[in-house]
Design a protein around this ligand. Structure first.
Ligand code: AMP
Length: 219
């Protein structure tokens, strides 16, 4: 099954994508995580992406389509995957359809995590991430389980993402409105979009998303 998770910054895409991927037994493909890893490793893609990411701008479509085109061909993606943070623009959505079509595949469902901006910004500003295994916590709603505040999964130090500050967040919302919202309309117009209220707890949203995925899988 191929699932695309969409939603504004702070909607909870990473958290929910991880749960869906675990449930389906398929890879969780987060373009944000891939790019942060590329930046940390100093690869060519990482060097190109770094400036855009720091300012909260989208990395150019050509770079993103190159990255995704390569990843979806990996054997572990044969049974499907969950995309988190991609596509984020109309050219990316159209490019993804072309890439999948070449393999006789298509996106099965696009889940939009719907949340109001104020709640999303508050989530972002209290977010803690593990740069090592990409686990995500939230100082208010999902605190790290260890007394020393380290990552509960791998024990590494948790930090705030460098782009989780007020200025960059404002730019990320602008980009979302200008470039990503038209992508949502693209999926809505072709009947592939399903919306879930993402304002609840991780568990509540997770149950709604799982029910939706089960329903689609049963179609
Ligand atoms: P995220 O972890 O999904 O919030 O992404 C962090 C940053 O990575 C974004 O603000 C963009 O700069 C970049 N990025 C991630 N995914 C994409 C994408 N599909 N298209 C363009 N830029 C992206």
């Amino acid at each position: 099954m191929i699932v695309v998770l969409m939603g504004s910054p702070g909607a909870g895409k990473g958290t929910q994508a991880c749960r869906i991927a675990d449930g389906l037994g398929v890879p969780h493909l987060s373009t944000g995580d891939m790019l942060r890893q590329a930046v940390a490793e100093g690869t060519e893609v990482g060097r190109k992406a770094d400036t855009y990411m720091r300012s909260g701008s989208l990395v150019p479509d050509g770079i993103m389509l190159g990255l995704i085109g390569e990843v979806v061909e990996r054997p572990e993606c044969e049974r499907g995957f969950v995309l988190d943070g991609f596509p984020r623009s109309l050219p990316q959505a159209e490019g993804l359809d072309r890439i999948l079509e070449r393999h006789g595949l298509a996106v099965d469902v696009v889940v939009l995590l719907d949340i109001d901006k104020e709640a999303a910004v508050s989530r972002i500003l209290s977010r803690l991430s593990c740069a090592c295994c990409c686990a995500v916590y939230n100082a208010l709603t999902h605190p790290p389980p260890r007394a020393d505040g380290a990552c509960g999964r791998c024990g590494a130090l948790l930090t705030s993402r460098t782009d989780d500050n007020r200025d960059t967040v404002a730019r990320r919302f602008e980009q979302y409105r200008a470039l990503t919202e038209p992508t949502i309309e693209y999926y809505r117009s072709c009947g592939r979009l399903r919306t879930v209220d993402a304002g609840g707890s991780i568990e509540e949203v997770g149950r709604a998303v799982s029910a939706l995925i089960a329903e689609i899988g049963a179609l």
